[in-house]
Design a binder for this molecule. Structure first.
Ligand code: BGP
Length: 494
């Protein structure tokens, strides 16, 4: 038996990630249209007390109040982000100073097609992203582009109920063909959709679906229809990309929800198995082109119906992805007694309810901290699908203290070093990993809670939840630490 000492290759893509709707700001500048995230206001802790779901989920009435200027809310953090739109050259220079090999960012659909229905793209939008890509290439940083990181034109939501409608497929393809025509000479790595499973967890976030307006028999049918339409749109995009270039790599991305059973009780183990299946069926489609058989029972038992025709089934079969991307923050605990004593979940801005795990610490926002879970997930996903993996997000949201230009974020260094150590162990276990883009490259607005104060970046941005501050950038201690990690290709992490 020949021994292999697997290790992180010199080609490993170390970097960081951001999302347009959370970092760019300039929400209505240079012709950009309103995105589904521009209408979500900031809710104070007080206001959140009597709300359920993610703090960034709002009702149709609340949307209409915002759109008709009849809302009492005046604070929309995602309209400001951390103003990457103006600072992008300075920010990318800082990423280069850290030694980034790759920078994962998303393109705002509404900068190219403000409503989604325009015939031709907006030149200013194309030029902005051409400049961002040129800045990356200047420093030898590989761009990894997310074509839709949740944000989509509000008008598509309003007129078609987002991804519930099949018409949205062609609108997306019109957009992605422009991206590929304009940028595929310089951009090799593409992720069509950020965290596809978000569409089932939060239909508005992931699919632009306004629950009060669904055309399907129930919200799950509408969400499954949206996921299927997204798979079709991604397949058409991949098909087009491969017809114009032969070196493009497409990744299917999910929010990885690594789930433990609360006890060795068989019923708890079965509950964990079912959660696992609902988290990875997206990868089944990405890696095999088919929906798995276990989904059929779930659809029947939940009276879920969605349309998929023969041509679409064939399209999925003929457009397998090149890699599997995922975000990893923490692990979850499930038991058969599903709804009792959940300690984490949408109230903390997390994605699914979880029982307590007494063996791990938790973050400032109540998210478990479990680096061994990261090694487990890397093994489990690679063993099952045998496609190269890409860690598209991993990081710690925390309160940072700014004191005369310094930010001593040793807690973030601890989190990241433990997780990069786990990554190294997984690679030694034989797992093929293409790269790691920490969440986030630079402080930006939290997706789930709309807070600036939930900071993830290696770079501190002087702005608060209300947009007050200089927007000046400052290197945190973790900036210098990560620079060493990259320079040593993951060797010096402690
Ligand atoms: C993922 C999103 C990212 C990022 C991350 C952290 O779902 O892809 O956009 O926001 O979650 O979550 P949060 O920002 O809610 O702390």
């Amino acid at each position: 038996m020949n021994r292999n000492d697997y290790k992180i290759e010199d080609t490993f893509l170390w970097g960081g990630a951001t999302a347009a709707n959370q970092v760019e700001g300039a929400y209505n500048i240079d012709g950009k249209g309103l995105s589904t995230f521009d209408i979500i206001p900031f809710f104070t802790k007080e206001e959140l007390k009597d709300r359920t779901g993610l703090p960034s989920e709002i009702s149709e009435d609340e949307m209409l109040a915002v759109l008709n200027n009849k809302t009492s809310h005046t604070n929309f953090p995602k309209r400001r982000g951390t103003n990457f739109y103006s600072y992008f050259k300075e920010d990318i220079a800082l990423f280069a100073e850290m030694g980034y090999k790759v920078y994962r960012f998303s393109i705002a659909w509404t900068r190219l097609f403000p409503t989604g229905f325009e015939k031709l793209p907006d030149k200013k939008g194309i030029n902005f992203y051409r400049s961002v890509i040129a800045e990356c290439k200047r420093y030898g940083i590989e761009p990894l582009i997310t074509m839709s990181h949740y944000e989509m034109p509000w008008v598509i939501s309003d007129q078609l109920n987002g991804w519930e409608s099949k018409e949205t497929i062609e609108l997306f393809l019109k957009y992605t063909k422009v991206l590929l025509d304009e940028f595929s000479a310089d951009v090799k790595y593409w992720i069509p959709f950020n965290e596809m499973n978000m569409t089932l967890i939060s239909p508005y976030h992931g699919g632009g679906i306004i629950p009060e307006r669904i055309r399907s028999n129930n919200i799950q049918s509408a969400s499954f229809q949206a996921v299927h339409n997204q798979f079709v749109a991604a397949a058409k995009t991949i098909n087009y990309g491969r017809s114009i270039a032969n070196d493009l790599q497409f990744g299917c991305m999910i929010a990885r929800l690594e789930t433990y059973a609360e006890t060795c009780k068989p019923e708890d183990q079965l509950a964990a198995l079912k959660e696992e299946q609902m988290n990875v069926f997206y990868y089944e489609v990405a890696a095999t082109g088919e929906y798995p058989r276990y989904l059929d029972r779930y659809l029947i038992e939940n009276t879920i119906e969605f349309e998929k025709n023969e041509a679409e089934v064939k399209l999925l079969k003929n457009n397998i992805y090149d890699f599997l991307a995922f975000s990893y923050y923490n692990t979850y605990v499930v038991s058969e007694k599903k709804n009792e004593k959940t300690v984490d979940g949408k109230g903390n801005g997390n994605l699914i309810d979880s029982q307590e795990n007494p063996y791990v610490k938790i973050s400032d926002w109540g998210w478990p901290i479990d680096s061994i879970g990261f090694r487990i997930t890397l093994n489990r996903l690679y063993d099952k699908f045998r496609l190269p993996l890409f860690v598209a997000e991993n990081g710690l949201g925390a309160h940072d203290t700014f004191e005369n230009g310094k930010i001593h974020d040793e807690y973030r260094i601890d989190y990241l070093s433990d997780h990069i150590e786990a990554l190294t162990e997984a690679v030694k276990d034989g797992v093929k990993v293409l790269g790691y883009t920490a969440w986030t490259a630079i402080d930006l607005v939290s997706c789930g809670t709309n807070e600036m104060s939930k900071r993830y970046g290696f770079i501190y941005v002087d702005v608060d939840d209300y947009g007050k501050g200089t927007y000046e950038r400052y290197r945190k201690d973790s900036f210098y630490w990560y620079k060493e990690v990259i320079a040593s290709n993951g060797e010096s992490i402690k």
